[in-house]
Design a protein around this ligand. Sequence first.
Ligand code: DC
Length: 248
Amino acid sequence: MAGSTTHQATAKDREARLVVAVDGPSGSGKSSVSREIARRLGAVYLDTGAMYRAVAWHCRSQGVLDDPEAVVAAVQNIDLALSVDPDVERVVVGTEDITEAIREPGISAVVSVVATNRAVRELLVARQRAEIDGHRRIVAEGRDITTVVAPDADARILLTASAEARTARRSAQLGGTVDATALAEQVSGRDARDSSVVDFMTPGEGVGLVDSTELDFPATIQAMLAEVDRQQAVNHPNHPNHPEGDRA
Ligand code: DC
């Protein structure tokens, strides 16, 4: 039951090493949900989709999007700074703040070009692992975090929602500015292209599933934190939530 476990992290709990991996398709709400669980868990937040978007923006600005080798070279040399503070959304390439630019439909339309380039993925996966290793407590979110980037995470969750719910959420996010056909392409079309290189629609072995179709935001947060606790209890016998652990 989503509401049956309340996460009451003690000061000591909040010092322990914790890696939470979250994957899911577009519009599943995983960015805002992951950001909020990072706050609740006293962790930093890594938005790996923002890395792919920043790379797409950079390659487009260099005019190399249609040249796979030049794309790889651009990624090798990119000077990318990404905030991992869950309260600060900031993406900078060189001296240019592209926080807003990477969310534009023009970037959403081309990001799969870089996300489906295997050499680009290898470079970004290495950066993501370094970022995870560099922080004591981190929630990392994307498409291949539970399976490729951090298969040894303390908790791994696939956050899904029905296609209808995801399209409706994306529409609300964009303030009704995108017509229905373009929206369906953004949500389902992009997922179809991206899932040709990573499967983020079915949970991998040992990955927990949270379906938010019928849940509002607070209920989704509850369900996610309950799943983090459940997996920590299973993976770490000394965790306070372990069924046979010391609860004193
Ligand atoms: O989550 P998002 O919409 O910001 O992701 C942007 C793109 O990056 C999307 O096309 C999927 C891709 N992506 C990926 O392939 N692997 C990740 N770990 C994160 C995102």
